[in-house]
Design a protein around this ligand. Structure first.
Ligand SMILES: [Zn+2]
Length: 409
């Protein structure tokens, strides 16, 4: 049976541009203002606005009086007209979130998966949670744009398959998209966690900063997301942002993957962190060379110690994040961005202790510092950043104006 698709609903580039302008105008925007900001003719604006009104995506029933002259009637987003759902599969946790068109979280849920190494069961649990959230929300199914599933890389987005995520045992060559699509009867896209984080920040960010920035995702793994000239940079296989083997400039231990001894991965290897922790007087329950789960638990132990005021634990965490800052600084040199957003599950726990150091390290490392400085801040999205990124990814695929779309004309 053929099935309809929501993707490309706003495929017309002009329509996408106008919709995006209305979506971002918190206080509404008039047709005259739209013509000014988009450079489109009043006739084009009128045609597109008619379509958006017919679809119920915007409304035009409020008049604002500001200053002398005629009151203006503004177009406003009908934020709850469509929704999108994001699922984030993290080695420690699964998070599901439903967002409206403004990018506001309407519902979210965390899932503890006892047998995460059995993909079929986990994917089934994801689908059930999405179903539960949709029915809880009361949103008609036809108003759900789709589902964005966010996973650790590397992945093959064409086939919708996770290749071999280093931190998730049992997830080699697992097909994510087809089973979810079959169970949910909704469009599903797959996105790498580090890239999803940058999509989330772009959707939630303000006008001044959403066009050029990087996100540093600090979780069980570490990766970068890049937004350049207003577009998410995915690379040719949607796996961009692998910065794990950049040099930190500090000798650590031999990396089992790249063979160097000063890469970020080696500097943040749990076995080495655990040794330093023990040398600093911390008694960890986690073994130095345990499973991915045990390593995550060990990291949590160190974070808890730092929270309880253990100075050595705090310093150890600051040193680790300093290495991340070194690599972020190199990325800033390559891309010449003015903003770095620190994010990810681990960063949301430790960011408040490390932000200032990391900001200094990035700016110190930045070669063009006599031209401009780099703003470094923590994401405000916390643990939900991955799920939010997934929902934003499906909205991005359906609604955002893309420069690439112009090439078809
Ligand atoms: Zn390495």
């Amino acid at each position: 049976m053929q099935r309809g698709t929501n993707l490309g609903r706003l495929g017309d580039f002009n329509q996408a541009v106008i919709f995006e302008s209305i979506r971002r105008a918190v206080d509404g925007v008039s047709r005259v203002e739209l013509a000014g900001s988009t450079g489109l003719s009043p006739q084009t604006i009128s045609n597109v606005v008619r379509r958006l009104l017919d679809e119920g995506l915007v409304r035009e029933d409020r008049t604002i009086v500001s200053g002398p002259g005629k009151p203006r009637t503004v177009l406003e987003l009908e934020a709850n007209r469509m929704v999108a759902v994001g699922i984030h599969l993290d080695p420690g946790m699964i998070t599901v979130a439903m967002l409206n068109l403004r990018g506001e979280t309407m519902h979210s849920r965390r899932l503890d998966i006892p047998a995460v190494e059995v993909p079929e069961k986990t994917i089934e649990a994801m689908a059930q949670t999405v179903e539960a959230i949709i029915s809880e929300s009361g949103v008609p199914r036809s108003n759900v744009l789709g589902v964005g599933v966010v996973v650790p890389g590397p992945l093959d987005p064409e086939r919708g398959v996770m290749i071999d995520p280093p931190l998730l045992d049992g997830w080699k060559d697992v097909d994510m998209v087809d089973p979810l699509q079959r169970m949910l009867k909704l469009d599903v896209v797959i996105e790498k966690d580090t890239i999803a984080a940058s999509i989330a920040e772009q959707w939630k960010g303000n006008d001044a900063e959403r066009d050029n920035f990087i996100t540093m995702y600090v979780g069980a793994g570490i990766g970068a997301g890049m937004v350049l000239d207003g577009e998410i940079h995915r690379g040719i296989s949607s796996n961009a942002g692998e910065i794990g083997h950049f040099s930190t400039g500090v000798i650590a231990q031999e990396c089992e993957i790249c063979g160097r001894n000063d890469c970020l991965h080696a500097s943040l290897a749990f076995s080495m962190i655990a040794q330093k922790a023990r040398a600093g007087g911390m008694n960890l329950d986690a073994p130095d060379d345990g499973t991915a789960e045990q390593r995550a638990a060990g990291m949590n132990e160190i974070v808890s110690l730092a929270k309880s005021g253990d100075e050595a634990a705090l310093q150890l965490i600051r040193d680790c994040m300093g290495h991340v800052g070194q690599v972020a600084g190199q990325l800033c040199n390559t891309l010449d961005v003015g903003l770095v957003i620190m994010t990810g599950p681990l960063w949301s726990e430790v960011g408040e202790w490390c932000l200032e150091d990391v900001r200094d390290i990035i700016n110190e490392r930045f070669s063009s510092k006599n031209v401009h400085s780099i703003e470094v801040r923590s994401s405000t999205l916390g643990h939900e950043v991955g799920a939010i990124g997934g929902a934003c990814a499906i909205m991005d695929a359906s609604l955002s104006p893309k420069a690439a779309a112009l090439l078809l004309r």
